[in-house]
Design a protein around this ligand. Sequence first.
Ligand code: PMP
Length: 285
Amino acid sequence: YDDRDGKIWVDGQLVEWREAKVHILSHAMHYASSVFEGERCYNGKIFKCREHSERLIQSGRLIDMEIPYTPEEIDAAKYAVLAANGWSDAYVRAVAFRGAGLDMGVSAARNPVQLAVIAWEWGSYYGEAKWDGARLDIAKWARPDPRTIPVQAKASGLYMICTMSKHAAEAKGCSDALFLDWRGNVAEATGANIFFVRNGEIHTPLADCFLNGLTRQTIIGMAREKGIVVHERRINPLELASFEECFLTGTAAEVTPVAQIGDITFTVGPMARALSEGYEALVRR
Ligand code: PMP
């Protein structure tokens, strides 16, 4: 990913892709003082652009890191990167982090907070699973208790166990890992929220200890507009076998059906397909 042509926005400047580097003493590298966003641009328009910029700033505040840009400036940076690379359909990644500076310990309030915006072409996040259904492996790690870490921040530190769990899942031939939360209830995948369908109604875990995804909120709204009942509630893993359908939602994943969790199989069915089509129409509107 590092050795290619293109431009990346770093601290207010568009720089050559190959030259977009950070110092090895960046605080973020050592202590995970980093927050980020994942967005998609469709037909030249970033879906929920402002909401993502605001969530980035909010994630920064949740980890005691004030990002020195306004939502307007962040929006402009994203469009500048897309224009500089000539893309109208791309994934957009903004990342804010504590850089290198005066301090090199846990406390680094005097180090500058940096912002970079990158875009690249990223097709279907789960590849073929977008149509055939993803297979999920239950992770050995749990989404943490909200008293232990700011769970609503899209902060890098929360992804350490995601990478570990996804590696373990992929080693078993699965597309992703499904996390339970610290209480043992169903939570989310490593980069997407999860939904279930039974008797025409939708059930999804309450987002009380993991990221309440913008796609999750969009899909809940869309389903309710169609008159579909949506239950946001605690879901015990023993219930999994009683659901007919399952699907994942996320900016990268969009709406991806799930065919299997461990030994439990689901129909790659009509609800996921209808909501996926509805989502596709909405983001390209
Ligand atoms: N959970 C996690 C852990 C994620 O990384 C993501 C992707 N940002 C999501 C859920 C879905 O969030 P969104 O719909 O806002 O992309």
